[in-house]
Design a protein around this ligand. Sequence first.
Ligand code: ZN
Length: 55
Amino acid sequence: MSKCEECDAEIALPSDALEGEIVTCPECGASFELAKSSEGFDLKPAQTVGEDWGQ
Ligand SMILES: [Zn+2]
């Protein structure tokens, strides 16, 4: 279980979560990108207004 950096709500990660996946806080709607850590995943703030990734 990870916590939202904005409102401290718990964010449930899917069991098949992948690095780089975007999750959204159910409480405040903030988006976070999953980054692998030693204990699972960390949440990185993601700027995903419109999905305009230039990949
Ligand atoms: Zn939140």
